[in-house]
Design a protein around this ligand. Structure first.
Ligand code: FES
Ligand SMILES: [Fe+2]
Length: 434
């Protein structure tokens, strides 16, 4: 009997615990690439990463190299980064602008929409071969754009993007509607780094409020002062002062609402802010918002959510204003791409404050991220021991909350409900193959 047949996979996830193979088994990882990452909607990039005709970025989806480009008619394309001659990746630059992609091996040339243009020495081919063969770079099976966020699916089947995102579309709306111009812009490049641990360790961590006051003690204790060091206090707007020295587990963190939806999407409510945004920069922001949105300005300016985690591999961090993409490389290696986003039309000072905050918290050496990566690597290594097979995720099971993975639920701040909701979606995708 196959150990990881449907019953075997189901057996890895119990109501309050998961088997360590869920994180460390290479066979399970390969099945995830096929049944989760190979089928559902993944984040590819943002339209503002390719603002001009001829702009492109290279990235991977489900480990497969792709090119995201804007053609000369300004249309967006996502094609596999694979020459249709003998398979070489046609482009290795992380980003750039070009008229055409020229393969480095035998110089076959493709337009920025992926169309085959020509090959050197065409006389070497039978008459008409280069015209009649389908030699264009191959498009990914499905691509959709929602408010500038570009999604790709490696399967022609499966839920459409509206069904898949469901109520999470509102989380994208809430973020974009904070911009007076109604658009966000990725115009500061990206951070890209890896850690030696399974992708789910990070996905589950993103609504894990239980760890914050311990893993990030250098930030949260009275001597930590991490967010004070960033200089954000001097700015009158856009600060990301999320932590307050007087916060304690019982009176603050437990109150933070956690929630989730079908398909494994989860979110964390807003941290208590110790000071209301105010001052001349914020006043300018308010004016711009009132001009753009009228009576809705106040609502649009209010940040209700700390982060929104879209299953299986990306999130919006609302306060620090970035997208975090988590690309699995192997069972024990994950690539992070951090994409800071500017609120178009808001004062520049706000953008600079959010960039400083991102540098301090989510760059490779950022104080928050380096703490987290340390514990994810330790988890992955610890799970290789034969001590016990089970990982306990029972916190918050004593609370009443809704029917996870079937609809909306909310739970208390330090519950492990987010991880459990993602794990129920994992079982659905892994075990219901159609
Ligand atoms: S492999 Fe690309 S031109 Fe030969
Ligand atoms: Fe953390």
């Amino acid at each position: 009997m196959d150990r990881f047949d449907t019953n075997g996979l189901r057996g890895l996830v119990k109501a309050d615990r998961v088997h360590r193979d869920f994180y460390i088994n290479p066979e399970v990882f390969e099945l995830e690439m096929e049944r989760i990452f190979g089928r559902i909607w993944l984040f590819v990039g943002h339209t503002s990463q390719v603002p001009n005709a001829g702009d492109y970025i290279t990235t991977t989806i489900a480990r497969q190299p792709v090119i995201l480009s804007r053609d000369r008619d300004r249309k967006i394309h996502v094609v596999f980064n694979r020459c249709t001659h003998r398979g070489a990746q046609v482009c290795l630059e992380q980003s750039g602008n070009t008229q055409r992609f020229e393969c480095p091996y035998h110089a076959w040339v493709f337009n920025t929409d992926g169309k085959f243009v020509g090959a050197p020495y065409p006389k070497g081919y039978e008459e008409g071969f280069l015209e009649k063969e389908k030699l264009d770079l191959v498009k990914i099976p499905r691509m959709e754009i929602y408010r500038g966020f570009i999604f790709g699916s490696l399967s022609n089947d499966g839920p459409d993007i509206d069904e898949f995102l469901g109520p999470m579309k509102k989380h994208i709306d809430a973020f974009v509607d904070r911009a007076p111009d109604g658009e966000v812009e990725a115009c500061a490049g990206v951070f890209r780094y890896r850690y030696n641990g399974n992708w789910k360790l990070q996905m589950e961590n993103q609504t894990d409020v239980y760890h914050i006051m311990f893993t990030h003690v250098s930030t949260t204790d009275d001597d930590g002062k991490q967010f004070r060091r960033e200089g954000a206090e001097e700015d009158e707007a856009g600060k990301v002062k999320v932590l307050n020295n007087s916060q304690t587990l019982s009176d603050q963190w437990e109150k933070l609402p956690l929630g989730g939806h079908r398909h494994g999407h989860v979110y964390m409510g807003r941290f208590a802010m110790d000071k209301k945004n105010q001052g001349p920069v914020y006043d300018r922001y308010r004016l711009a918002m009132e001009k753009a949105y009228g009576a809705d300005a106040e609502k649009n300016m209010t940040v209700e959510t700390h982060n929104s985690i879209f299953y299986p591999h990306w999130s919006i961090q609302h306060l620090t204003q970035h997208i975090r993409v988590m690309n699995p490389i192997s069972v024990d290696c994950t690539e992070n791409i951090i994409i800071p986003l500017k609120l178009k039309g808001a004062p520049e000072e706000m953008w600079h404050a959010s960039l400083r905050s991102n540098n301090n918290s989510h760059s490779p050496s950022g104080m928050v991220m380096s703490d987290d990566m340390e514990v994810w690597v330790r988890c992955h290594e610890g799970l290789k021991t034969q001590s016990t097979d089970w990982v306990v995720l029972a916190r918050g099971m004593n609370e009443k909350f809704g029917d996870t993975n079937q609809g909306t639920y909310e739970s208390g701040g330090t519950s492990e409900s987010g991880a459990r909701n993602q794990q129920l979606a994992w079982v659905d995708f892994m075990c219901n193959k159609d």
